[in-house]
Design a protein around this ligand. Sequence first.
Ligand code: MN
Length: 233
Amino acid sequence: MNSQLTYVFDPGPVASIPVVGIEARFPVRRIYCVGRNYAAHAREMGRDPDREAPFFFMKPADAIVPGGGAVAYPPGTADLHHEIELVVALHRGGSDISPADALDCVYGYAVGLDLTRRDLQAEAKKQGRPWDFGKSFDQSAPVTAIYPVASHGHHDSGKITLHVNGELRQQGDLSDMIWSVPDTIAYLSQYYRLEPGDLIFTGTPAGVGAVVPGDKLLGSVEGVAELNVEIVS
Ligand code: MN
């Protein structure tokens, strides 16, 4: 019966990301993003990292830019910021997942940018409004191919950096995360039923800042991958 469904217009392609070493792609269902998960970044945003439980926002699945490359400077902002992040890709889900079981849900890892219209986010914070206009816009989530756990293992330490035009802007280590990958999955699964295809952007280290058209960004997570993005007008 379901195979006979028709639509009033073509719903378009499923948002998906290449997987290293195999032809099949990873279909993206939802993108969850952790806020302020590195102490030094929490401090640069004016927060005390010790007092807060993790919090989350989301981006639409079609905000991904698979493989990075050219990304258009988005409308409505004069302060587009880079946030380099480790991305976790799930092939298994559930509710109330324990930290001990959480890594079984992980299919692989990638490197992503949580591009942010910082001026719109700051205004939303001031007005007590949602962050969507600051965070959830088109092309706001460039991401590398996914490196499967089966062939590349898990990653709980390693340098995470971002260079802009060859200059080091962001620097940290995955081991500095306030909420580890297993803790993040466990916490999130208390509020949402996680499903295969979900991505989690795990937060950014200190050093966020603005980019403009013409800037070349090189993001890297040691042992995972490098992401190249050029901001174009
Ligand atoms: Mn972020």
